[in-house]
Design a protein around this ligand. Structure first.
Ligand code: FMN
Length: 349
């Protein structure tokens, strides 16, 4: 009941804030840009987080716990890798996520692409987001320094550390750095290899080249036995997905994460091209769901635990993916549109 009321209020406030922002941008002749609304929303949420117990604290039913390798997830709902603000990740944990995955970490500091690079979008009448953030982030040195004192450890839930790179050796370098930084830290974590992010120098991803993935996993397994999730693009052909599934079978303690954003041009998803700094970006939201379900069914033949990500926002989504073989459920766009979907799903699971 509480979650339903706050869900309604949150969506109403989000609607008012974004419409007001777009109105101001239009009268100032500035291109439409969703990013300021996200920043306003994040700072409001963070500032009320101390007095926010009634808004943010929801119990997770004990029966929702999932154990995978040595990782104990109190809920199978997790934040997909997309957010780097620890206060917001912490609020989502309080609402009932079983784990959060940090935004992909790259070797060096990155400022990302020019704005506007995040827009409200839609496909097949389903609202979503189009982003071409370009992996902005602090780089591994700064990330390492924040790891030891983040308040997220208090939750005692697994944390996902998403790694990206322009080459396999950059992935290996970043993981080595993290292993060294966390050697004396007992908190539970898993790695996620973001092999589906087309930000490499030559525009290719490791997902495009299964041999490179095999080499990367071989190198990483030489120095860590931490669980590793492989995050795969829904844009790959089913034949390529099967090749990746077969490679994953060669290694222990691997999870398959079925889904990053779909590559789309702004005009494909009702975004005016002048309002987007890049020729194309990653579309996310409920319209991805059917492909996510298809991918989960395809990977269920491999006996490798599956994280379903892409288009999840309701209990019906979770149930269908569960029946198809997924164990954990990653969400990104749904958390932006209405994070109260977390307690709503948790109570119905
Ligand atoms: C603004 C934004 C930034 C994202 N950044 C990352 C990222 O850094 N690493 C990653 O693996 N996926 C990233 N993603 C993809 C999400 O993790 C997720 O796979 C995708 O959005 C599909 O799930 P959804 O439909 O629940 O949003 C990003 C998505 C959005 C919307």
């Amino acid at each position: 009941m509480r979650a339903t009321i706050f869900s309604y209020v949150y969506r109403l406030i989000r609607f008012i804030v974004t419409k007001t922002l777009y109105f101001i941008q239009s009268i100032l002749f500035i291109p439409k840009d969703l990013e300021p609304a996200v920043k306003i929303g994040d700072s409001v949420m963070s500032s009320i987080s101390i007095i926010g117990k009634p808004f943010f604290d929801f119990k997770i039913p004990a029966k929702n716990q999932i154990e995978l390798f040595e990782l104990k997830f109190p809920s199978p709902l997790i934040a997909a890798s997309f957010k780097s603000d620890y206060d917001i990740l912490s609020i989502w944990m309080r609402m009932g996520l079983g784990s959060v995955t940090f935004k992909t970490i790259m070797k060096d500091i990155r400022f990302g692409n020019n704005r506007p690079r995040l827009q409200d979008a839609s496909l097949e009448n389903e609202k979503g987001l189009l982003n071409s953030m370009g992996l902005p982030g602090p780089g591994i040195e700064k990330f390492k320094q924040t790891l030891s004192d983040i308040n997220l450890q208090e939750f005692n839930r697994p944390l996902g550390i998403s790694i990206g790179g322009d080459s396999a050796s950059e992935y290996v370098y970043i993981i080595t750095q993290i292993e060294n930084a966390l050697i004396e830290n007992p908190y539970s974590y898993f790695y996620e290899l973001n092999i589906s992010c087309p930000n490499t120098v030559n525009g290719q991803t490791i997902g495009d080249n299964p041999n490179e993935l095999e080499l990367l996993l071989t190198q990483v397994r030489e120095f860590t036995d931490k669980p590793i999730s492989i995050k795969i693009s829904p844009d790959l052909s089913n034949e390529r997905l099967i090749e990746i599934g077969e490679i994953c079978l060669e290694f222990d303690r691997i999870l398959i994460n079925t889904g990053n954003t779909h590559y789309k041009k702004p005009s494909d998803v009702h975004v005016i091209p002048e309002n987007f700094s890049m020729n194309a970006g990653g579309f996310s939201g409920p319209a991805l769901f059917n492909r996510t379900l298809e991918m989960v069914k395809l990977f269920s033949q491999f006996n490798t635990p599956i994280i379903a990500t892409g288009g999840i926002s309701t209990i019906e989504h979770v149930r269908s993916l569960q029946s198809a073989g997924a164990i954990l459920f990653g969400m990104a766009t749904a958390l932006v549109f209405d994070p109260y979907c977390i307690p709503k799903i948790n109570y119905k699971l």
